[in-house]
Write a protein that binds this ligand. Structure first.
Ligand code: DX5
Ligand code: ZN
Length: 216
């Protein structure tokens, strides 16, 4: 399992120490949630924070854009050090073009879907992307409860990916913790994002390790 802790739940006053903790852990990626107060009802952090964090780690930067008009900012996120750039299906009028742009900038394109968006809508775009981010809460805030319908979405998506031999990862984001990690793995998830479950735990590195080996 690939584990991508979401720094949204970290202590922003001690970002360097939080990054060090992740570096010393079994975390694979840094999951970075960017919100614009328009696509979602919250504003998180943006380019300057990501630029600074880039200096603290070699780990892959998995940037989740919860913003309108992501095409305006793709180049800036590439320069800030994003490796995977995920845009929301619901925020893109010309998704195919946005995905080509992300690839042309040298990043791996991901597409995120809200809980109400059927995975079937991604059918024609799947061969062009590297990842699907399945939201298992409504985007905008950490610390919400996992929506169980997610398991079925993951199964359907994984079947399609395997059937066509596609190289697409399935990432689950929202309310992920040790109580649902194993079932998500069995449903076909490749990547688990966890914010509160990691950063609000007494021993974050232990939680990361348990998520990583949830399928063992
Ligand atoms: C929510 C973000 C998530 C969030 C997850 O909109 O996309 O990445 O940080 O937080 P938890 O794990 O606390 O639900
Ligand atoms: Zn996220």
């Amino acid at each position: 399992m690939i584990v991508a802790p979401s720094l949204l739940a970290s202590n922003f006053l001690h970002l360097e120490a939080e990054a060090r903790m992740l570096n010393e852990s079994e975390a694979d990626w840094f999951h970075l949630d960017v919100m614009d107060g328009r696509f979602v009802n919250n504003i998180s952090f943006g380019l300057p924070i990501i630029q600074q964090l880039r200096k603290t780690t070699q780990k892959l930067f998995d940037v989740h854009l919860m913003i309108e008009e992501p095409e305006k900012y793709a180049e800036a996120f590439a320069r800030a050090g994003a490796d995977i750039l995920t845009v929301h299906y619901e925020a893109c009028r010309h998704l195919h073009r946005n995905i080509q742009q992300i690839r042309d900038l040298g990043m791996i394109p991901g597409v995120a879907i809200n809980p109400h968006t059927p995975v079937q809508l991604l059918q024609d775009i799947l061969p062009d992307i590297g990842m699907v981010l399945v939201m298992s809460v409504n985007p905008g805030f950490g610390g919400q409860s996992f929506i169980p319908h997610t398991y079925q979405k993951v199964k359907t998506l994984r079947q399609r990916i395997d059937q066509f031999g596609l190289d697409v990862k399935i990432e689950i984001d929202g309310g992920v913790d040790l109580s649902n990690a194993r079932q998500l793995s069995e449903a076909g998830a490749h990547v688990l994002v966890a914010g509160s479950a990691v950063f609000h735990a007494p021993d974050p590195r232990q939680v990361i390790s348990s998520l990583k080996h949830c399928d063992a």
